[in-house]
Design a protein around this ligand. Structure first.
Ligand SMILES: [Zn+2]
Length: 443
């Protein structure tokens, strides 16, 4: 049987000019809806002096304030169960997912029925894009507990594939399913795809001959977009590997590879992408590496307007050989507020707590994260009060000892300045962390 080429040809191959018209129309609606229904956006737009009518073209979005993970944490549960960012009453919400909380308090993401249906239609688009068809057997081997990637299996089911809701099974059990039911497509993490293939071989199963897996979807780690890693897994399985990219704050997968395997198409009818300078927040042109900022164009339960994803990457809007016109994102890595020193997770908020607790220093600080001898180090610069008569060495020791006691690892050094010298108070939004590590932007 011959199938159509695209899941939704009209949307996926839309002329970019028409796509921008559609985006502008949806952006206007979404900004207005958020301002009128979300207590957070009402307050934040008022404070920034912007109104929904200020959106006359897509580039006007730059006037609006950013939000980030911290905004989610600060507003959830405030005022109502769904929190201040939410824009619908609880009775309209049919599903919530929550993040793992691996970098702090878990955040909750609510969906209305329409949000959820459009989420799953987008997932169907991705599955169709990698070649899943109704005659495929699909194993969804992702965590179902609270995780936003769990329900993506419904997108596969909606396109007609035979779906097996695997979840996070022990590898013996998963291999048994692959051998017994002979599925053709599997979704798991890249590292697990590698481990599972090796485990199969060790237990006498040749993934290329004894199994029927033709395509493997991976997400959650960068491996699927690193050519060497992808090819190694493909060789091990004799299967094609496709990278997907999701955010617990938005969709299980917001972007996915096509057969060209040159970046991940993002659903630009659902998500507007901006790239901004990591430090200054200034808009960068398409093709430049920076922090990806997403604005949801349809999600009503909790609209995300100018959400700084914390992911570093770039977008390619040039035509793709597959015929799809939506831009392709390339993710280079995660800009996280957490960094790791000697295997200890360090949060700037912990450093701040220590600094603010020490007497006779101003509480202003600057953290530098850098690499020395191939390991990550951090240094802290502080200001002493004018009436602090201790020697700089005494202050350095005091700060260093307090940091070690609270965090577990000493800073590489502590630099003492005079009151006001750090200049961290003069900026609208203080820049207190300087990451000097040599991040690899070449991927
Ligand atoms: Zn493509």
């Amino acid at each position: 049987m011959s199938y159509k080429k695209y899941w939704n040809e009209e949307i996926e191959t839309i002329d970019r000019k028409d796509l921008e018209v559609l985006q502008l129309e949806r952006l206007k609606e979404m900004v207005k809806f958020s301002y009128e229904n979300s207590p957070y956006y009402k307050r934040s737009f008022d404070e920034a002096g912007v109104k929904p009518e200020d959106i006359q073209q897509l580039s006007d979005l730059v006037k609006f304030p950013f939000i980030n993970k911290q905004t989610e944490r600060d507003t959830q549960g405030v005022g109502s169960f769904l929190g201040e960012l939410a824009a619908v009453p609880e009775e309209e919400v049919v599903f919530i997912s929550t993040s793992t909380g691996s970098t702090g308090v878990p955040t909750m993401s609510p969906f209305t029925k329409q949000d959820f249906d459009e989420f799953q239609d987008t997932e169907s688009r991705w599955f169709w894009q990698i070649g899943m068809r109704p005659n495929d057997r699909y194993v969804h081997a992702l965590n179902f507990s609270l995780y936003v990637g769990g329900p993506d299996v419904i997108g596969a089911q909606n396109l007609g594939a035979l779906c097996i809701w695997g979840g996070t099974l022990p590898s013996e059990r998963l291999l048994y399913i692959l051998k017994t039911y002979q599925p053709t497509i599997l979704w798991t993490s890249p590292s697990y795809a590698w481990q599972l293939g090796e485990k199969a071989i060790k237990s006498g199963i040749d993934p290329k001959k004894d199994l029927s897996i033709k395509k493997i979807i991976v997400a959650g780690e960068l491996g699927g977009s690193i050519d060497a890693t992808r090819k190694a897994i493909e060789d091990l399985w004799g299967a094609e590997l496709y990278d997907f990219y999701g955010l617990s704050d938005i969709f299980g997968a917001c972007a996915a590879m096509c057969d060209a395997k040159d970046g991940l198409h993002i659903c630009e009818d659902q998500i507007l992408v901006e790239t901004v300078d990591i430090h200054t927040g200034e808009i960068l042109p398409a093709g430049s590496v920076g922090e990806l900022v997403f604005t949801t164009l349809r999600k009503k339960a909790r609209p995300m307007i100018r959400f700084r994803t914390g992911d570093i990457g770039w977008i390619d809007n040039t035509p793709c050989s597959c015929g799809r016109t939506h831009g392709r994102i390339h993710i280079n890595g995660r800009k996280d507020d957490m960094f790791i020193v000697s295997a200890v997770n360090v949060f700037p908020s912990d450093i701040e707590a220590v600094i603010r607790d020490i007497k006779d220093i101003t509480g202003e600080y600057l953290i530098r994260i850098f690499e020395k001898d191939f390991t990550c180090k951090y240094s802290v610069e502080i200001e002493k009060n004018e009436d602090n008569f201790k020697t700089d060495e005494e202050i350095e020791n005091e700060v260093s000892t307090a940091l070690k006691a609270r965090i577990g690892v000493k800073p590489y050094n502590v630099v003492v300045h005079h009151d006001g010298e750090l200049n961290t108070r003069s900026e609208h939004k203080s820049r207190r962390i300087i990451d000097e590590r040599n991040l690899d932007y070449s991927i």
